[in-house]
Design a protein around this ligand. Structure first.
Ligand code: FES
Length: 153
């Protein structure tokens, strides 16, 4: 673990009775700093929290918010679960694929945009919706998607 991260990581851990309970905030912090979670980072986090590395790896693999590869500066995560699917998520995904020239899981060659397709983000009332980096955007249509792309070019 990089020593410059330790003051903040120790602060995060101090909020919990058990060190291992800080796993999610620790992973979020390190990913924010590094841009992704590598196997070495998983090992460093496991050592820091005194838990098995497989435990860290399982969490990283389970949550779509953690990335094992670097994402573009603008990361579109489109929900394709039932409410969003019924209200046009497939059209939004197809439009994004065409506009960005990438498939879900891909990143544009300039590193500006990434596209992911994810399960329900818990905001079904604004379907179809996406997470754009850390913000939710809902009631999507193609025009809104075009505006978001232009805004982030
Ligand atoms: S189904 Fe898309 S946010 Fe729940």
């Amino acid at each position: 673990m990089k020593t410059e991260y330790l003051p903040e990581l120790n602060k995060l851990v101090s909020k919990y009775e058990q060190k291992k309970a800080a796993l999610l905030p620790v992973l979020h912090y390190v990913q924010e700093k590094e841009g992704l979670i590598t196997p070495q980072i998983e090992a460093d986090v496991a050592k820091f929290l005194e838990i098995p590395v497989v435990h860290v790896h399982q969490v990283v693999c389970f949550y779509h918010l953690f990335h094992q590869e670097r994402k573009g500066k603008c990361h579109f995560s489109i929900c394709e679960t039932t409410a969003c699917a019924l209200l046009g998520a497939d059209d939004i995904i197809a439009h994004l694929k065409a506009r960005l020239g990438i498939e879900p899981g891909g990143t544009t060659p300039d590193g500006k945009f990434s596209l992911s397709v994810v399960e329900c983000l818990g905001a079904c009332e604004i379907a179809p919706m996406m997470q754009l980096n850390k913000e939710y955007r809902g009631l999507l249509n193609k025009k809104m998607v075009d505006e978001l792309i232009e805004m982030h070019r």
